[in-house]
Write a protein that binds this ligand. Structure first.
Ligand code: EPZ
Length: 422
């Protein structure tokens, strides 16, 4: 199918006002959908966002033989007839998170063959920690011709695994693999993101025996099989954070509802430090933009540190703050692709390795800019909302991977974004 190149035309200058509801989390939904492969039965997942990345994961499940009933934000996935087929490069390259089927398929079938998901625009995205952990659990791993083949003679065995870095994907893959292993698996230096906690809740609802999600050590007692269950995905903390920055940068007044405010703590802290007024309630946060924003320093860290997925959006905000901000990206080696695009809009940003020096300017101006990855795209929309004149944003299919009809939800708050198919 010919995919039309889609663009946004954004006219800046309006302050966002009103209330907006956050959808289910993309980064919780993806591992949970992969986890349905562990169960030979029907599993219901509620509050799934309608995103391109979710469709990509659904396509992988269907290719493997799953039936997926799509009832809007409710997916009923039946993996009773799934086989561990070789997953092609075409399918795997669409989305890195497709690699989350590795652990479930190996645990359930004892063999799996997937093409490398390939890097993406923000870094090389290796899988060494995923594979090291599976080897510790008894898997034989071969990497050749761009494919990963894994097999285990009988059943995965519980093991003690120490992750060099608290990788979200490696924690998720190994946690899922361990649910059906023989014996107990310990994962140390595990990722502590809320999406890991949500995955534990889902797997335990299917009968897994996992403890410790949210801490740096997970304990998984293997069981012989998992049973069908129902689960509701947590709200998307990055979608919520993007709305919060949008309210701040446009000096607006926006209440973001359906959030778990504790997941937003690092974002709330930084916005308050920048002089933004944030009122926190249990399931909503209200953000009122300040007349003058203060420069702040940011260092992205694993949760509960400042999330790398909010780094581009905060950089957009800080391009028009008073003073100089220092932004250090410690998670990915190439997550500054939005910098040259922001410069085209008049931002004053200087890169030194994994650090960006952002000198605030009085205002940004419209320009033709290109989206390189999902969160960089969101950052460019935020910058365009305060730029004088109009901005044309190209390659917005990256944005559609993680934001549901972004223009619809932001225009309802007063933004002026037009989607153009060329
Ligand atoms: C998840 O990616 C998220 N994606 C990313 O969100 C997020 O940016 C990232 O975690 C960090 O929070 C999903 O959840 C689907 P990692 P993941 O493994 O799991 C290194 C978005 O915008 N590493 O925690 O791929 C790796 O190179 C996306 O929604 C190894 O060295 O991230 C990186 O430097 C972008 N070896 C660091 O760990 C490995 O085997 C963190 O990566 C695995 C990872």
């Amino acid at each position: 199918m010919q995919r039309w190149a889609q663009k946004f035309l954004v006219v800046g200058g309006s302050s966002l006002k009103g209330t907006v509801k956050v959808n289910g989390s993309k980064n919780a939904s993806l591992p949970i959908l992969a986890g349905t492969l562990l169960c030979a039965g029907k599993v219901t997942i509620n509050n799934v966002p309608k995103l391109q990345d979710i469709k990509n994961m659904k396509d992988v499940l269907i290719y493997l033989g799953a039936q997926v009933k799509d009832e809007g934000r409710k997916l009923v996935v039946d993996c009773i007839n799934v086989q561990s087929l070789e997953i092609s490069e075409e399918l795997m390259r669409r989305m890195r998170a497709s690699n989350l089927v590795l652990g479930p398929l190996l645990a359930r079938f004892g063999n799996v063959k997937i093409s490398y998901p390939g890097g993406c625009n923000i870094g090389s995205r290796p899988m060494n920690l995923h594979l090291k952990g599976l080897k510790a659990m008894g898997a034989e791993i071969k990497e050749k011709y761009g494919y990963i083949t894994a097999r285990v003679p009988s059943r995965l065995k519980g093991a003690e695994i120490h992750l060099d870095v608290p990788s979200v994907g490696a924690t998720e893959n190994l946690m899922m693999a361990a649910t059906l292993a023989e014996g107990v698996t310990l994962i140390r230096n595990a990722a502590k993101e809320p999406e890991i906690v949500d995955l534990q809740k889902f797997l335990n609802a299917m009968g897994a025996q996992i403890k410790g999600a949210g801490s740096d050590t997970l304990e998984i007692k293997g069981v012989s099989r998992l049973e069908p269950a129902e689960h509701t995905v947590i709200p998307d903390r990055i979608e919520a954070g993007t709305y919060m920055v949008a309210a701040a940068i446009t000096k607006g007044d926006v209440t973001v509802t359906n959030v778990i405010s504790s997941h937003l703590d690092p974002i709330i802290a930084k916005l308050k430090e920048a002089g933004v007024k944030v009122t926190v309630n249990k399931n909503s946060v209200r953000v009122e933009g300040a007349d003058r924003l203060k420069a702040v320093d940011i260092k992205t860290m694993p949760y509960p540190g400042f999330p790398t997925d909010m780094q581009p959006q905060m950089m957009a905000l800080l391009t028009v703050a008073d003073g100089t901000s220092v932004i250090t990206e410690t998670i990915f080696e190439n997550r500054f692709k939005h910098v040259p695009e922001l410069r085209r809009m008049g931002a004053d940003i200087h890169l030194e390795g994994n650090t960006a020096i952002v000198r605030g300017v009085p205002s940004l101006s419209g320009a033709f800019v290109e989206v390189s990855d999902l969160r960089a795209g969101a950052a460019l929309v935020l910058a365009a909302m305060v730029a004088e004149d109009g901005t044309v944003i190209n390659n917005i299919e990256h944005i559609d991977r993680g934001y549901e009809r972004m223009e619809k939800k932001y225009n309802a708050l007063g933004a002026r974004i037009i989607r153009i198919s060329t």
